[in-house]
Design a protein around this ligand. Structure first.
Ligand code: CUA
Length: 149
């Protein structure tokens, strides 16, 4: 074996070792969660909004060219919403204004994020990943009000 090949192999193995150590250190010592992989399931054939408990909701949301389904969610202040997000066609973005939410809607897989809405107001959901000619109109909204129907 050429000495440069051996050095390259050793260097590559060292870099992989450092990455593996960094991953395990963050997961076990610093307790930083690696995002869960949630299998695609039948709940997405009927996208929508369900109340789980008092002030706790679940949204099975499907992003598709060029809308979010459901497009409008109305909850009372103090609500916590678990968003389960997927896409029916291409990769879309999912950003909720004034919230630290920035995830992707990926066909065939599910991303989950939990958000609490303590304050009244209307929060736009914006697709922030270019997804075609209608991308700029791909919006949804969350309305936080006591006038929940
Ligand atoms: Cu969907 Cu941009």
């Amino acid at each position: 074996m050429n000495k440069y090949e051996l050095r390259t192999i050793l260097l590559s193995a060292s870099v992989m070792g450092v990455f593996l150590f960094a991953l395990l250190y963050n997961v076990y010592a610093r307790k930083i969660d690696v995002p869960a992989c949630i299998p695609y399931n039948a709940s997405f054939e009927n996208p929508g909004f369900r109340q789980v408990d008092d002030l706790h909701y679940e949204v099975y949301m499907v992003a598709k060219m060029w809308a979010f389904d459901p497009g409008e969610i109305i909850v009372p202040p103090g609500s916590t919403i678990d968003f389960y997000l997927t896409s029916a066609d291409v990769v879309h973005g999912f950003h909720i204004e004034r919230k630290a939410v920035n995830i992707m809607a990926v066909p065939g897989s599910v991303n989950k994020v939990t958000v609490t809405f303590p304050d009244y107001g209307t929060y736009k959901i914006v697709c922030h990943e270019y997804c075609g000619v209608g991308h700029h109109n791909m919006l949804g909204k969350i309305i936080v009000t006591n006038l929940v129907n």
